[in-house]
Design a protein around this ligand. Structure first.
Ligand code: ZN
Length: 240
């Protein structure tokens, strides 16, 4: 018997238990400090060295790379290990699904990853830790060691396009899955919201796990409001 393909779309809410703030949430950094949004906006980042220096300082100080996966990330990885075909589509850039044990090839990062840097000139990539080590050593805006270009995190900033290959794969997974679980996502930002709609249209079982209501709750087969850290492991155990 073929086991059903489970697609898991994760948003900021799955990582708050790991200490990673939801920047867009009601208490989010971008609500409290509108200027902070410039740090992750491509136009400002490329055009203003002071924005870049602040941006590198912020990455150094937030310690996001030190965050650990939580029970929800681990439950997703366990489901995959149990033999159920699982694909993760994530809006997060923290890499915590992979750290929890999900094979990297089964995780589609819609917004890129904060665990790597990329050169805006020659597109070379490397571990973010290497770039941050240079900041620690006194370079406040470290240039590319190969071409001298401006380095940025390998995340999709405001004003940048999503990777069409990643987006295409996410759409293919969504069209092929039998179960689509949206967890910790407000389902208000494109393309995540659109994917939930596609899943429902093609007849997948749509499950929404989120503290707040989402625009797709009325199309969902199941809506779970309980805390993600306990609700998701329970839900995934049942799927096994
Ligand atoms: Zn370069």
């Amino acid at each position: 018997m073929n086991k059903p393909l489970v697609a898991i779309l994760s948003g900021a809410g799955i990582s708050t238990d790991s200490g990673i703030p939801d920047y867009r949430g009601p208490e989010g950094l971008w609500r409290r400090d509108p200027d902070a949004e410039k740090l992750v906006t491509y136009e400002y980042y490329m055009g203003d060295p002071e924005i870049r220096r602040r941006s590198w300082r912020m990455r150094r100080e937030t310690g996001a790379l030190r965050a650990e996966p939580n029970a929800a990330h681990r439950a997703v990885a366990e489901l995959e290990r149990s033999g159920v075909p699982v694909r993760v589509i994530t809006q997060n850039v923290d890499g915590l699904h992979q750290l929890a044990g999900m094979p990297a090839r089964k995780v589609l990062e819609l917004h890129g990853t904060a665990r790597e840097f990329v050169c805006t000139g020659c597109h070379v990539r490397g571990p973010m830790e290497d770039a941050l080590a240079r900041v620690d050593a006194g370079e406040d805006d470290p240039p590319c060691l190969r071409c001298g270009g401006i380095l940025k995190p390998a995340t999709v900033m405001f004003g940048e396009h999503l990777d069409p290959v990643v987006l295409g794969e996410a759409l293919a997974v969504t069209k092929a899955c039998q179960v689509f679980i949206a967890v910790g996502s407000t389902l208000q930002v494109h393309p995540a919201a659109g994917l939930a709609g596609v899943a429902a249209d093609q007849g997948a079982r749509l499950i929404v796990v989120n503290a707040e209501p989402t625009p797709y709750d009325d199309r969902a087969d199941e809506v779970v409001r309980e805390p993600i850290g306990t609700a998701l492991p329970e839900l995934l155990r049942d799927l096994r």
